[in-house]
Design a protein around this ligand. Structure first.
Ligand SMILES: [Zn+2]
Length: 757
């Protein structure tokens, strides 16, 4: 799973363009960031050798091999792929092994969806083979269409259409006087992570949830449908997990610990992350008769999709029967891991991962990223034979069980938590890959590093650096603020990490600086999590000559090498400090906007505005009066910010002087300090109501899922009207930022000493 296809496809190009972009010309004579003038040339030589190795023909063959059969958790081909990846690593002389965890993974036993009234219709719940697509007919090996970790259930009730099924959609329904209490809701995919939809539906009293793919979001409204084009056809269904990831990802029965051996497991009935109501995903072919049978008020403009029907809200007269039963089995997941021991600082680790399991054949998701990882491994093994000696330990991980809910990576990270917290300097993730612009999200202490690497990677379509191309994309497609930044700011901004792929446990649970990297924005698709995400689709509609697969290998491999070889770990804190300014301004503005909105609405209610505008033939319900949000004390945050600004500036100055240093001895303590700095942004108690999430700066939104919430305790406190809590969270974030600033200051002092010598 990954969020690229979940962001509305229309804005995918924008999202990627917006991520990376321009700066002053950097010449090859300048020192690399983290290296000295003396040590840079050797690093450049090794990186050039590395970048020449990844081969589009091999990428293609490997994709064909790994996506030849369905390879979900527990399937024979999932295990065969893990063993094949292991054999590849070993054949290159890498010290690899498979690490196994045992996790809860439900698969469907019975799925029924029927329209009972006013007419009868039985949903097909099938994705048929497509002529010409050779793997689409592997029915006996395919997982049926379903949402993993939906609870069992058998419900019959009137239907209500709830748009994307987000909290604001229910506010809109309230305005039309519609309740979903005791109803089955039908929501469309998109605008949030899918697990939010049944969660919010259950909070509003619904007893069942259907999620369908509307053609406006990833079907014929965008482009031709598969197999004529890349988009979702009327039978395509988006499988996917609905486990409550914003509470904690990974095995639902073993929160916080690795699911290995005799670990204590929760009873299934006590697992808080399994849904409260049954949930089923369907195609728009199956959804249309249900939606068409709804009457009641016309859906507001923002609710209407791309089907050729009037969209009504209901409830009824459409009445549906939803029956779901699952096999609640414990299944093995196979993580394939190799280590290259560091020659000078073996206790500092560079961790790099991509998952290998798919929902079905999964050529795009995840194999397009997995093949890049494999080519990096092959290339690194060649360099090792030629005498390259990375200073630090490199760990490569091909994760299993990502699709059901980041199972392989989360269990591994939980099992190895203590050593990872001590030793991991960075985690670099990829998932599905496409064509176009470099997109990066991650810890902002890595923003300068990401920019430095992006300037050294060639865009295969334009023969300019991917950094320059990113800047161009931003100048044209970016928001006003992004355009301004791209013109004036030396570094292109990277996004914040929410969730949606295997970096989650590393950054959010363990506080390890992390990156998520991929190319995209020029390709579109509507095959996400369907049987049509296969080799045929990828080689017709995506990066079909695998040149961006090669670019991804080059990008991430260069990141790994530079982090493993650097004299001083290439963190920088000025971009981080700048980013915290933005976040602080945002939460202050959020509160101010909220106050104004409530004040105005209360005034309107007093003035009878809502009564005046209610159309007697289509009456609407006035919202309720609310208390105006109180003022909060942001002073601790401002003070922490001030301390951070000063220490970041001091560090940047010391780092500039470092390039001309001749002695790089005695840098070990400095690198340890740098490596541990990000941990200061965590708190062992975690976020309110979700202790597994320990990072106080980044988290997936409780009501967005994939989408990041930055300063999550403060921001969500304000959004969810828990003002006293928000004020407490301001204190906690401020303390963490002050400690972080202290760590940066210490690192700056150490670096100043090293430069003097
Ligand atoms: Zn994926």
């Amino acid at each position: 799973m990954h969020r690229r296809f979940l962001v509305s496809l229309l804005c995918a190009a924008f999202v990627f363009a917006a991520t990376i972009g321009a700066s002053p010309a950097v010449s090859d004579d300048d020192a690399l960031f983290g290296f000295t003038n003396a040590s840079s040339p050797a690093e450049r030589d090794w990186e050039s050798k590395f970048k020449a190795i990844p081969d589009p023909a091999i990428l293609r063959d490997t994709m064909q091999r790994l996506s030849a059969h369905p390879h979900h958790v527990g399937s024979p081909y999932d295990k065969q792929n893990a063993e094949w990846i292991l054999a590849q690593f070993k054949s290159w002389g890498l010290n690899a092994q498979i690490e196994t965890f045992d996790v809860l993974f439900p698969t469907p036993k019975e799925r029924v969806l029927e329209l009972m009234a006013p007419t009868k219709f039985t949903a097909k719940l099938q994705e048929p083979p497509v002529a010409g697509d050779p793997t689409s007919n592997q029915q006996s090996e395919q997982l049926p269409t379903y949402n993993a970790y939906s609870i069992d259930g058998d419900v019959t009730a009137p239907l209500v259409y709830v748009n994307y099924g987000l909290p604001k959609d229910y506010e809109e329904l309230d305005r039309h006087g519609i309740s979903v209490k005791g109803a089955i809701v039908i929501a469309r995919y998109g605008n949030s992570w899918r697990g939010i939809k049944p969660k919010v539906a259950a909070e509003h009293g619904a007893i069942g949830c259907i999620i369908y793919s509307d053609p406006k979001d990833d079907g014929y409204t965008q482009d031709d449908v598969f197999p004529a084009g890349p988009m979702r056809n009327e039978n395509g269904v988006q499988r996917g997990s609905v486990l409550d990831m914003p509470t904690y990802p990974g095995d639902p029965l073993t929160p916080g610990v690795g699911a290995k051996g005799n670990v204590k497991r929760l009873a299934i009935k006590d697992a808080p992350t399994i849904t409260k109501i049954p949930v089923l995903p369907i195609s728009y072919g199956d959804a249309q008769p249900l939606l068409k049978a709804l009457t009641g008020p016309m859906a507001p403009e923002s609710f209407r999709g791309g089907l050729p029907i009037p969209y009504h809200l209901g409830p009824g007269p459409a009445k549906v029967h939803l029956k779901l039963q699952f096999n609640w089995d414990i299944k093995p997941v196979y993580d394939v891991v190799f280590k290259i021991p560091g020659s000078e600082s073996p206790d500092q680790w560079i961790v790099r991962g991509n998952h290998h399991d798919g929902w079905v054949n999964g050529a795009e998701d995840p194999i397009s990223g997995q093949i890049a990882l494999l080519e990096e491994a092959r290339a690194l093994s060649i360099l090792l034979k030629e005498g390259w000696k990375p200073k630090r330990t490199i760990i490569y991980c091909a994760w299993d069980g990502e699709e059901p809910m980041l199972l392989g990576s989360t269990e591994w990270a939980e099992y190895h938590a203590e050593e990872l917290k001590q030793h991991a300097a960075i985690y670099i993730n990829t998932d599905g890959n496409g064509r176009g612009y470099l997109g990066v999200e991650g810890s902002h202490s890595l923003e300068k590093f990401v920019n430095s690497v992006a300037r050294d990677i060639n865009d295969p379509e334009k023969n300019i650096s991917v950094w320059k191309r990113g800047k161009a994309g931003r100048l044209v497609h970016g928001s006003a603020e992004e355009k301004k930044d791209a013109r004036s700011r030396p570094d292109l901004r990277i996004g914040a990490l929410g969730s949606g792929s295997d970096y989650t446990a590393f950054i959010d649970h363990l506080g390890i600086s992390s990156l998520n990297v991929g190319y995209g924005g020029e390709d579109e698709g509507g095959i996400y999590h369907s049987i049509y995400d296969d080799f045929y689709w990828y080689t017709h509609f995506a990066d079909k000559d695998f040149i961006y697969g090669r670019a991804l290998s080059q990008t991430v491999g260069t990141m790994v090498m530079r982090f493993a070889d650097a004299d001083v770990l290439p963190y920088d804190f000025s971009d981080f400090a700048d980013t915290i300014h933005r976040y602080t301004d945002e939460v202050k503005k959020l509160l101010k906007d909220r106050q104004e909105e409530v004040r105005n609405r209360n005034q309107d209610l007093d003035d009878g505005v809502y009564t005046a505008i209610s159309d007697p033939r289509r009456p609407t319900v006035a919202p309720k009066k609310e208390e105006v949000p109180p003022f909060l004390n942001f002073a601790p945050l401002d003070n922490a910010q001030n301390a951070l600004d000063r220490s970041a500036e001091r560090y940047t100055k010391a780092a500039k002087a470092f390039a001309s240093t001749t002695s790089t001895e005695k840098l070990q303590p400095l690198n340890d300090q740098l490596m541990l700095a990000e941990r200061k942004l965590t708190n062992a108690e975690g976020l309110p109501r979700r202790p597994w999430y320990q990072h106080l700066i980044y988290a997936p939104g409780f009501y967005t899922g994939y989408g990041a919430k930055t300063l999550p305790g403060v921001r969500e406190g304000i959004e969810e009207k828990r003002y006293a809590e928000a004020e407490k969270e301001i204190e906690r974030v401020s303390t963490a930022l002050k400690n972080y600033a202290g760590a940066v200051d210490e690192a700056a002092a150490t670096l100043e000493q090293a430069v003097k010598k």
